[in-house]
Design a protein around this ligand. Structure first.
Ligand code: GDP
Length: 692
């Protein structure tokens, strides 16, 4: 039964996915031989394809862990490099090229490395085998090769030919066996010749008698014996297979058959000698199977030890808390949605109103500054002539239509500001900012992939919604663009609010003033610069530069700061004055709206806010609150592939470690169970065969 090797090979592949440790090696057949001994030819004869790197300068620089998987049901033959993720390679020249590239990637000064290349070949024509091809021994170091190459190769081979591995020692018939590096190396680690198979290649190059003497060598007697082969593909067939894709098994077998049967007395059935690649394959299968069976117990024990370690780590480090990439993602998503629900409950119409009013307050202040508080302080750009200087304000004739125009113009500027877009954008940005905050405070913060998915989900929804909502909101506030009627209580409320706004602005200006004073270098210096700028403005001094843009002994930078200070002083004057006006009796009555544009505009802003907050609450918030969790489910839930979920979970190093431990433990448990089943099977077979 060749089931054991197959199973063990599967187990090996499983173990490789969790990173095989040194102690956990299942037996393999390790192939050693001098350069040109015919090592590659033997391996290719076993596989039935040319796939190994060739070329004069081409030494194998990395071990190739070659796993052959017999697929009796399948027709196709293909190879896979599990570590590279290239998929199924049906073209063996591609495999050959890939191996060449992988070998050449090892820097010349490093010569060889023990980092193995894993290659699996699936075919109905190969036996289940696990072979390791090593760099060929070299006798003399080439001129372009590093001097330590010879030793390095020997060291690498020695590492691999340790038990429980079987050694396939390749020697060419045209070289004296006493000079075979492979046999010498093998003898060192297997002096009694218990786990070495000798392969004598190029039997066609020596006369049959000499061939026989080699196969029956007694100087280094091998329990598993010597096998003689002729692995060269005959010239006639070679051209047929020059692309390396045809199966060469039959051609080689025919050639060997022709050779050995032409010496019947030496190699015939009576000779009891092992010859031919076909026999070699059989022998390899049998030997590996027996070795695997013999190592079942020790391998099981090694896996048990590894498992104990994994369980211990799981217990001590993770308190035996189960974890899978899926459960981690699901939990993270749930907790994020939970925090989102919390936010949605807190952030409603009142919060939208607050946001919008704040924004519109700023717009009102800007309008007031533009239309009313303007003062010819800037010597470079004098104010437009139709603007009234501040000092004229209190004295202005209230019946002058200019004040009507001014207020109507300001109101129109406010209502035609594009409130629909402005309000929608303000609320949408705030929602986005809150989502960003929720992400930052969630487990997802450590996951770039999820962070992006969530941000994309919210931006997409908000963008889609905003488009229509802006337009619809604009339509809602349309009536205010033509006519605005204020109730007494609305006026009162506006007056209270603008008082607070002006006071706040006053404070902000005072703070800015302080900062500026410090930057200029104190009160005194500030005063001096300001006095100079005032004189320039009144025309008593000319602003003449001194070559570097400054004037009056002040640098250009200082003058700039001075201008800012003068602006702030004037702004403060105006604010104080207007605050007084708003507080005055006159502004208590909405009849005097032309004297109190601040109150009027504030009341208008309030009306606009009321319309907008109602609309946005219904249209933007409700819809967003409905759509967002669903979009999250789509983007981070059902639409993710297993690989994406794994990648997500592994982005967090802590989670990755936890997952690795769980996976390792689960896998070892699984492997151990399989091993136990195999052992039972073995025992039954043994009992059965001893009975019969
Ligand atoms: P490696 O360097 O040990 O891998 O050796 P190769 O498999 O590349 O073989 C070296 C050379 O020996 C090649 O030219 C092969 O064609 C040739 N060769 C291999 N096996 C045989 C054989 O059984 N008989 C003959 N005549 N030549 C062989």
């Amino acid at each position: 039964m060749m089931l054991l090797t197959k199973k063990m090979i599967e187990i090996r592949s499983l173990l490789q996915t969790v990173g095989q440790s040194e102690t956990l090696t299942l037996p393999s057949i390790v192939v050693i031989g001098s350069q040109s001994s015919g090592k590659s030819s033997v391996l290719e004869a076993i596989v039935g394809h040319e796939f190994l790197p060739k070329g004069h300068n081409m030494v194998t620089r990395r071990p190739i862990e070659l796993t052959l998987v017999n697929t009796p049901e399948a027709k196709a033959e293909y190879g896979e490099f599990p570590a590279l993720g290239l998929g199924k390679l049906t073209d063996f020249t591609v495999i050959q090229r890939t191996l060449t590239d992988l070998n050449l990637a090892v820097p010349a000064e490093q010569c060889v490395t023990d980092d193995p290349i894993q290659l699996r070949i699936y075919s109905p024509n190969v036996p289940d085998l696990s072979l390791i091809d090593l760099p060929g021994y070299i006798q003399v170091v080439g001129r372009d090769q590093p001097p330590e190459l010879k030793e390095k190769i020997a060291e690498l081979c020695e590492k691999y030919i340790q038990p429980p591995n079987v050694i396939l020692a390749i020697s060419a018939a045209d070289v004296d066996l006493a000079n075979s590096t492979a046999l010498r190396a093998s003898r060192k680690v297997d002096p009694r010749g218990e786990r070495t198979i000798g392969v004598i290649t190029k039997m066609d190059l020596v006369d049959a008698e000499r061939g026989v003497s080699m196969l029956t060598d007694k100087k280094y007697a091998l329990r598993l014996g010597y096998v003689g082969v002729v692995c060269r593909i005959p010239q006639t067939s070679q051209s047929l297979f020059h692309r390396g894709n045809g199966n060469i098994t039959t051609a080689i077998a025919r050639n060997e058959q022709a050779f050995f049967s032409s010496h019947p007395s030496e190699f015939g059935a009576e000779s009891n000698l092992d010859v031919g690649t076909k026999n070699l394959r059989k022998k390899l299968m049998h030997v590996l199977e027996t070795t695997m069976a013999a190592s079942l117990k020790t391998t099981s024990e090694a896996i048990t030890r590894e498992l104990e370690e994994a369980r211990y780590e799981f217990k001590v480090q993770y308190n035996e808390r189960p974890l899978s990439a899926e459960s981690y993602l699901a939990e993270s998503l749930d907790s994020f949605k939970h925090s989102f629900r919390g936010f949605a409950e807190e952030f409603g119409r009142a919060e939208v109103r607050e946001l919008l009013k704040r924004e519109l307050d700023q717009q009102v202040l800007n309008l007031l500054a533009q239309k009313y508080w303007n003062r010819p302080f800037d010597d470079i750009a004098p104010p437009p002539p139709e603007e009234y200087p501040l000092e004229d304000l209190p004295k202005a004739d209230p019946n002058d239509t200019i004040w009507q125009y001014k207020l109507d113009g300001s109101t129109a500027a406010l209502t035609k500001l594009g409130i629909g877009r402005l309000a929608t954008t303000v609320v949408a940005s705030s929602l986005q900012a809150h989502i960003d905050g929720l992400i930052a405070g969630s487990r997802f913060s450590a996951h770039p992939f999820a962070r992006k998915a969530i941000t994309d989900a919210s931006t997409t929804i908000l963008k889609d919604l905003s488009y229509d909502i802006s337009d619809e909101l604009e339509i809602c506030i349309k009536p205010y663009k033509y006519r605005i009627e204020l109730e007494d209580n609305e006026w009162k409320k506006g007056r209270e609010n603008i008082k607070a706004v002006l006071q706040e602005e006053l404070k902000a200006c005072e703070t800015a003033n302080k900062t500026l004073e410090n930057q200029i270098g104190g009160k005194r210096k500030t005063k001096d610069v300001m006095a100079f700028i005032d004189r320039v403005r009144s025309g008593s001094v000319a602003l003449e530069g001194n070559g570097v843009g400054g004037a009056g002994g002040f640098s250009a930078a200082l003058l700039e700061k001075g201008r800012e200070a003068v602006f702030l002083r004037d702004r403060l004057d105006v604010l104080r004055l207007r605050l007084m006006a708003v507080k005055s009796k006159q502004c208590a009555d909405k009849k005097n709206k032309y004297h109190c544009p601040e109150v009027f505009l504030d009341a208008v802003a309030d009306k606009l806010t009321t319309t907008a907050d109602l609309f946005l609450d219904a249209e933007l918030l409700s819809k967003f609150y409905y759509l967002f969790p669903r979009e999250l489910d789509a983007r981070l839930g059902r639409n993710l592939s297993q690989t994406e979920i794994d990648r997500f979970a592994r982005e967090d190093p802590k989670i990755k470690r936890h997952l690795d431990v769980v996976r390792r433990k689960d896998l070892l448990e699984h492997v151990l169970k399989e091993m136990e089943a195999l052992r039972q099977l073995e025992l039954r077979e043994k009992r059965y065969s001893s009975r019969s």
